[in-house]
Design a protein around this ligand. Sequence first.
Ligand code: A2P
Length: 276
Amino acid sequence: MTDTKTADVKPVKKINPNAPTEETVLATKHFTDTLFSFSITRPAGFRFRSGEFVMIGLMGEKNGKPKPLLRAYSIASPAWDEKLDFYSIKVPDGPLTSKLQKIEIGDKVLLGKKPVGTLVLDALLPGKRLFMFSTGTGLAPFASLIRDPDVYENFDQVILTHTCRDIDELEYGKQLVQSVRDHEFLGELVKDKLVHITSVTRQDYPLKGRITTLLETGELFDHIKGGPLNPKTDRVMICGSMAMTQDTKAMVETFGLVEGSNAKPADFVIEKAFVG
Ligand code: A2P
């Protein structure tokens, strides 16, 4: 005889297919009082293109009810990686980063379901040199792209520039590039192709100045093979503050490069670095 029981009928709860998933913090690393990085689990089926951004955040509350607090963040790990990396500023009274900077291994972080963005290879026409111009945490999408083998298949030279106010703000990028050079597979791929140029604007440093100034004076091109930007051979990706992306875009356009998008690939693409 089978024992049949009637289950309690519960009201059907609507499931939002776009609701963020809850991921686990795998690692955190603090670089300065204002900069840190962290890694979280990557859910099965979470697909993205290297260079894209996604919404991430923490569960907060509003009027006593749980409410997700989400901001756009560039994914700093490459599309092949099994975890997801992020690089963030810490704003003492920032609604999200004031809390996010305190996360520890095992904590939960919310991850949106729809990565998007224009700093992707698909938005650029084929070329020989790929320039990535970044300031501050605008380095993050390039932390993803410089670890993507497709970048080295598509370009002969990959030039990553990172400009910060102070020397210690360059540390994440320096450690990252070193880890790429030391990587058992990537190391060989990047050996003759990846050039990392760092500059600082508010302290003494071998290379001083904003990226816009280095482009205008031509000082940037003293450090790489092939001379000034040329729309026939060169492609550019730009990521930094709103002012930096606009001014660098204007400077790049003086060399004759044309802005592209996912829908219409061309010579350069821009994305504002997100502030948490
Ligand atoms: P500077 O020190 O001359 O302002 P921020 O933290 O403000 O985003 O700045 C990060 C880096 O970007 C700094 O080195 C800063 O230089 C530089 N920067 C700020 N605004 C611009 C801009 N409009 N164009 C190019 N670089 C900029």
